[in-house]
Design a protein around this ligand. Structure first.
Ligand SMILES: Cc1cc2nc3c(=O)[nH]c(=O)nc-3n(C[C@H](O)[C@H](O)[C@H](O)COP(=O)(O)OP(=O)(O)OC[C@H]3O[C@@H](n4cnc5c(N)ncnc54)[C@H](O)[C@@H]3O)c2cc1C
Length: 428
């Protein structure tokens, strides 16, 4: 194996939000930083639902709001429980917003450009094949038959984490620990979007849909309005999907798009993109035993640092923030004798003291809750049947308790219902 003859302070694997943010902060401090990205351009291999929470990004990027590719500010939130051809929806509207919609491709490219502007070198279409280790110390990466050396390696390779698996740090991903997302981007005129969803200017909508659109499999649908397109897709717990779906998951997305309550929003649109990606789900189960080793830090999805709040994912801001903290931890180690495991432990200390670990601990029960079939099948069904009895009045009307009793008959007992309500109220 040949050394390329040039040594870096830091090599970052992956130009997603975690990797590029780490690179940006390292380059800003003057460290000689190399980002290696296997995609044609940063973001070309990435995919997400569509909404990012802004506060952490404002802290780590200067003038983020002014410069970043923000499509719309989410001011309308919808959560719908679906059953058959009906939906019971909660809509929350506000003049304030703490999140925006965007394309992850554009945001990833923007983040990578920020790092490059600060002096980082970005090499795209380069796939790292292996982490290079000497006497237990990570010293570089292997690309084909060449070795590139650095003082610190930051692994931000995302959820597949094949390099960590090859290095014996993590085990092969289990389908029970991840979800699968399938998404379409549907081109629609911006004015049309505003009219259809009751929005103004660059206000946006985030819409989560739960119920029989996923055929009883834990997961849900999502719709986000971008500037002049709509992101529409489905997320399914992969382990359950493998056991219970006998056709291509894409067909579920098609059925979702053609659902009579959804189709009216998208029928004038044109599908311009289709993508699929894994999402960390049981983040505690898939997290590497440690996020710091001699010469190596792990950030973003590869580290299992994604928050699932049940009705929303926070992956991008969590990944970016962990990249920022990884850069800080390396800076600390560098100024205190070098990137030994002991010095790099600083990374976990920083993470533990940040909102990242605090939120992950606070919502640690969610992934178990999300495996409960009743939440995705029985309750959307029950609530829609109950709403139907209350609203579709012919001669006689139902009282609320009467409608509930009728709707729950044969579906769920009182004890299970109360237990589930209690669990949801504690975990979400
Ligand atoms: C369907 C879906 C919906 C989501 N919805 C949201 C949402 O609405 N909001 C939100 O905040 N988050 C959402 N997320 C999560 C979010 O996308 C991720 O948490 C976030 O992108 C993680 O960033 P990252 O930098 O850790 O990894 P990634 O974005 O996956 O980036 C990893 C990068 O590493 C590169 N790479 C991998 N291996 C190698 C290698 N060997 N050599 C070189 N390069 C390599 C990849 O090409 C990629 O560019 C969603 C995810 C999915 C799949």
């Amino acid at each position: 194996m040949k050394d390329i003859g040039q040594r870096f302070d830091a090599i970052i694997i992956g130009a997603g939000p975690a990797g590029s943010t780490a690179a940006y902060h390292l380059a800003k401090k003057g460290y000689k930083t190399l980002i290696l990205e296997r995609g044609r351009v940063p973001g070309s291999k990435n995919m997400f639902g569509g909404r990012v929470y802004i506060e952490p990004l404002k802290e780590i990027y200067e003038d983020f709001e002014k410069k970043a590719p923000i499509h719309r500010w989410v001011k309308k939130e919808r959560i719908s429980l679906m059953y058959d051809e009906s939906a019971t929806t909660i809509e929350i509207e506000s003049t304030k917003s703490t999140s925006f919609t965007t394309y992850l491709t554009q945001l990833s490219q923007w983040m990578a450009n920020q790092a490059v502007e600060k002096g980082a070198i970005l090499l795209s279409e380069i796939r790292v094949d292996k982490l290079y280790r000497e006497n237990g110390v990570f010293k570089g990466v292997v690309v084909e038959d060449e070795r590139v050396l650095a003082d610190i390696i930051i692994d931000a390779e995302g959820i597949n984490r094949l390099l960590l698996e090859e290095a014996g740090i993590v085990e092969r991903l289990s389908p029970d620990h991840v979800a699968l997302g399938v998404k379409e981007v549907i081109k629609l005129d911006g004015k049309n979007i505003n009219q259809l969803f009751g929005l103004e200017d660059n206000d946006g909508l985030s819409w989560v849909l739960i119920g029989d659109i996923t055929k009883g499999i834990p997961g849900g649908g999502f719709i986000y309005t971008n500037r002049d397109s709509i992101s529409l897709g489905i997320v399914l717990m992969l382990g359950e999907a493998i056991k219970r779906i006998d056709r291509h998951i894409y067909l579920l997305v098609e059925e979702f798009r053609n659902h009579p309550l959804i189709n009216k929003y998208v029928r004038d649109g044109r599908i311009m993109e289709y993508s699929t990606h894994l999402i960390p789900e049981d983040v505690f189960a898939l997290r590497p035993p440690k996020l710091y080793y001699n010469g190596l830090l792990i950030a973003g999805d590869a580290a299992g640092l994604l928050l699932n709040q049940g009705y929303t994912y926070r992956g991008v801001d969590f990944a970016a923030y962990s990249g920022y903290l990884a850069a800080k931890a390396y800076d600390y180690a560098h100024n205190n004798g070098g990137p030994t495991e002991e010095n790099l432990r600083e990374y976990t200390r920083l993470l533990e003291n940040s909102f990242v670990m605090k939120m992950l601990k606070k919502f640690s029960g969610v992934s178990k809750l999300m495996k409960k079939e009743r939440l995705f099948k029985t309750y959307p069904e029950l609530i829609n049947i109950m709403a139907g009895k209350l609203m579709h009045i012919e001669y006689d009307s139902y009282k609320i308790m009467e409608a509930l009793k009728e709707a729950k008959k044969g579906r769920v007992g009182w004890i299970s219902l109360i237990k589930d309500l209690w669990e949801v109220s504690r975990k979400l």
